[in-house]
Design a protein around this ligand. Structure first.
Ligand code: ATP
Ligand code: GLA
Ligand code: MG
Length: 838
């Protein structure tokens, strides 16, 4: 946005010459457009702003655009994909320059929504509006009214009205859209003025109002940063006091039309009136907006890079926050939307990681040219994850709490490759670690992607992403869709088989790369995650959905609460401030656990055991003949499905929801499991088949044929007990985060969080049997040195561990590991470096 040309009657600036209203030249008449309502808004559905910026008669076009914006209040353009940030800034500057903005005014710098914030983008003059950042700034731990419900969600305002030189034109371009909601509304200030009687108009014209925004200072104080107090787009807009006086009736210098100005946010008081008179007038102005919906226009954002440009002197606007819900400290919005396209590495990595990452990206691009003889077209990226709590319950469809890490999979891609065999497309794929992951070339038939799940081959992970993405594209584009050929160079920094989900990072990055290579410019996160979850199973591991969700949905600076039933949903979770502060340390055991290799006795076997436990409990505890609902679990039924069915049938009949709180339901299921599944030594196939009333062959066909498993007895009791108790621990952990600590010293709060992690480790070690001695040792050492809670993370049987450590004990814990664990292994310098991650 840009501070305005100051109109002649702004009292703080003195009187200037009154200017004639500007007239349209007609330069835009040949472009398709329509008035969105009779009163306000015009849309140019097909015009391209970049063409107008570059046209020989650009000044004429842009001057007419500015006048149109001032007359119609707000103007809309669709899908301006080539409008970069720089061009958008140029456009807004030109609009003001061509319509008389003073030479001293440039683009405004927002006092808090600027690039000094973590999610504030990288340009001081562009305010990045992020739903995640909004929550960090404005979310409340405790609702400040007696009711948590909210009946007034509109926040009408004119941008930066608290500045002495407020805004003229503002543009808003959305780069990431929610799946639904998030509309923006504008209301006409001209029309409000016009609907007021003449005597009243005359009275209002004698008044001025004080505008103020103390809320920004509060946000800055709470989060410990300073307001931007250098000049903000005009020499007059300076300092940390955000306060100004403006007339109640302003005349727009472009149109010469009058408008009521003190409407909604940033307005403090009508000068010279009593408090009561002032607040009456101010709430009446707002009422005029609320009650006259024919002076509003509502814009539905449909494409990435749709853009709205409006004149703040004469219109008000409000966002619609209907794509968020909940008002507590732990926000509950889901994070659906498209995968972001980063324009700079600082959009992806934290400042301390930037130098190393920049080198790595450059190296990848250089190596790509070296290998394939031409530059890559784009890089697709997906990170690994650490799981904070909720282990081995995602494939039983219970919610989990992972967090993305910096380590990631990068795929540099070009499509400059011609297939040689008719009916096929070609894929050439290489890896920067070429001795470990040798290059391959495939001719792949248009219709099917064959994956041999019996061999352990790194490119199977790419192919599984490929298969999922192509099925998705074929559904979307029709059966005769012909995929594009691709050259790929991969660089992955997530340790393979280290419990930090290198596999999902690889599969998700592959699926994304394939979508983009085939012309999908916006990729929906939920669709991408769902297809990556299902397709990764093609490599021979019957995994759940946690890793792909964490890889695709995670946002920097927050963990992720992922739920799988009734459908996939993810929302960011922030940790409260504690004293001492908490740090998560991730420590490698250097025991590689390859889920593919050990699948028959570890991972895949656990999936079978959990599914059999669900079927067994259903057969014993639900009315005879009850079928579990088919769901998204790897074998089609889940303990969560049993859970829901059990309570629904017992309390209300099929399909109903139980009134009992979920934690109490889980407690009851733990008791029931102990009473029902009494055989500690496990159950043979024959024993289970007889309870399910099927033959052993049928049991094998239904549960153990997808991937081979090796077991005489299935430990249904232990597996179900772990799953129900772990699901309960996740809920308890979330409840602690939502409530937050009380008082200054939060050591006991920290210990409660830590205790839950320790209980998870005990359950994983003793009940689920997915730990190993080395992980147990790392946990014991860390606890002794001051960790509140320590446990394995990821699939287990080796890999990584996660530790909740007070900031002042980090060094002690690291030293203890060096002394008592790492010094006893023969580690290379690189391994030592990567052993522990903060
Ligand atoms: P977990 O699933 O326990 O969190 P993980 O995902 O690292 O850990 P696996 O699911 O067993 O472990 O996946 C590891 C496999 O992924 C490797 O064996 C390899 O085939 C593939 N892979 C991982 N990283 C790379 C890489 N940088 N280059 C090529 N292939 C890789
Ligand atoms: C692996 C799987 C996940 C999940 C974890 C254990 O990482 O890929 O789906 O089951 O193990 O929580
Ligand atoms: Mg994996």
């Amino acid at each position: 946005m840009a501070p305005s040309a100051v109109e002649p009657d702004v009292p703080v600036r003195g009187k200037g010459p009154v200017r004639e209203p500007l007239q349209l030249s007609g330069a835009l008449d040949s472009y398709e457009s329509f008035d969105v309502t009779p009163v306000i808004g015009r849309e140019f559905p097909t015009a391209k702003l970049v063409e107008w910026l570059n046209a020989p008669n650009s000044d004429e076009l842009l001057r007419d655009l500015a006048i149109t914006i001032s007359q119609r209040g707000v103007v809309f353009f669709r899908a301006q994909d080539d409008l970069t940030n720089e061009l958008q800034k140029k456009l807004i500057l030109r609009l003001g320059e061509l319509t008389g903005r003073p030479a001293t005014s440039g683009l405004h710098i927002h006092p808090i929504l600027n690039s000094e914030r973590e999610l504030g983008g990288n340009d001081l003059e562009i305010s990045t509006i992020s739903s995640v950042q909004n929550k960090q700034f404005y979310s409340k731990k405790v609702p400040d009214t007696l009711s948590v419900k909210n009946q007034r969600s509109a926040q009408w305002h004119s941008d930066i009205a608290f500045e002495p030189v407020p805004a003229d034109y503002t543009s808003l371009r959305l780069v990431q859209l929610p799946t639904t909601g998030g509309d923006t509304l504008w209301a006409s200030g001209y029309e409000i003025y016009d609907r007021i009687s003449e005597p009243y108009q005359k009275f209002l014209e004698t008044l001025t109002a004080t505008f103020e925004q103390p809320g920004f200072q509060k946000v800055a104080d709470n989060l410990g940063f300073n307001l931007y107090d250098k000049p903000r787009g005009a020499p007059e807009n300076v300092g940390a006091e955000l306060k100004a006086i403006h007339p109640v009736v302003r005349t727009n210098p472009v149109t010469g039309w009058k408008s009521i100005f003190p409407v909604g946010g940033h307005v403090k008081h009508i000068n010279g009136l009593t408090e009561e008179e002032s607040s009456h007038l101010l709430s009446w102005f707002l009422d005029l907006v609320y009650k006259n919906h024919d002076l509003q226009v509502r814009f539905k954002w449909k494409n990435a890079n749709d853009i709205a440009i409006w004149d703040n002197r004469s219109v008000f606007h409000t966002a619609t926050f209907d794509y968020l819900d909940g008002s507590y400290g732990v926000p509950s919005s889901d994070m659906a939307g498209s995968v972001p396209i980063a324009r700079s590495l600082s959009d992806i990595y934290t400042p301390d990681a930037l130098p190393t990452q920049a080198k790595r990206w450059n190296n990848l691009l250089a190596k790509f040219e070296e290998v394939y003889g031409h530059p890559a077209e784009f890089i697709s990226r997906s990170p690994g994850r650490v799981n904070i709590i909720g282990e081995h319950i995602d494939y039983s469809l219970y919610s989990v709490l992972p967090m993305a890490i910096t380590a990631d999979a990068l795929l540099a891609v070009s499509t400059a490759l011609t297939p040689t065999t008719p009916g096929t497309f070609k894929v050439q794929i290489a890896n920067v670690q070429d001795s470990k992951f040798p290059s391959r070339e495939f001719d792949i038939p248009y219709e099917t992607v064959d994956i041999d799940a019996t061999v352990h081959e790194w490119t199977n992970y790419f192919k599984s992403g490929l298969r999922g993405a192509l099925e998705h594209l074929r559904r979307k584009r029709g059966a005769d869709f012909k995929p594009s050929s691709m050259k790929i160079l991969m660089d992955g920094t997530v340790p393979a088989g280290g419990g930090l989900s290198s596999s999902a990072a690889f599969v998700s990055a592959s699926a994304l790369a394939i979508m983009v290579a085939n012309g999908e410019h916006t990729v929906n996160k939920t669709e991408l995650t769902e297809l990556a979850i299902v397709s990764e199973r093609a490599v021979g591991v019957n995994s759940g959905g946690m890793d792909q969700s964490a890889s695709v949905f995670s946002e920097r600076g927050s963990a992720l609460f992922v739920s799988f039933a009734p459908s996939l949903k993810a929302r960011p979770v922030y940790f409260p401030k504690t004293n001492p502060e908490l740090t998560f340390l991730v420590a490698q055991s250097f025991v590689t656990s390859d889920k593919f290799v050990t699948g028959p006795i570890h991972y895949n076997l656990r999936v079978v055991e959990c599914s059999l436990a669900a079927a067994y409990l259903n057969a014993v505890l639900n009315p005879p003949g009850t079928q579990l609902p088919p769901d998204a679990a790897p074998l089609g039924i889940s303990l969560h499905g049993f859970h829901e069915t059990y309570f629904a049938l017992r309390e209300h009949g099929a399909g109903a929801t139980s009134s009992k709180p979920v934690p109490d339901q889980l407690d009851e299921l733990i008791t029931l499991t102990k009473q029902t599944l009494t055989q500690v030594e496990g159950y043979t196939r024959e024993e289970i088949a007889s309870v399910l009333n099927i033959s052993v062959d049928e049991l094998n066909a239904r549960f153990t044929s997808r991937f081979p498993v090796r077991a005489e007895r299935f430990k249904l009791r232990q597996r179900a007990l772990h799953v129900f108790s772990e699901a309960l621990r996740v809920l308890k952990f979330m409840a602690l985060l939502e409530t937050g600590p009380s008082g200054d010293d939060t050591a006991s709060y920290n210990s409660q969080l830590g205790a839950l992690l320790n209980e998870t480790q005990t359950s994983c070690r003793d009940v689920y049997e997915c730990s190993c001695e080395e992980i147990d040792a790392l946990c014991a050492i860390a606890r002794k040195a001051g960790s509140y809670g320590s446990r394995l993370t990821g699939a287990g049987w080796g890999g990584c561990s996660v530790h909740l450590v007070p900031a002042d004990k980090v060094a002690e814990v690291r030293d203890a590991w060096d002394r008592e664990y790492y010094s006893k292994l023969n580690l290379t310098e690189d391994q030592k470096e990567a052993a522990v991650v903060l």
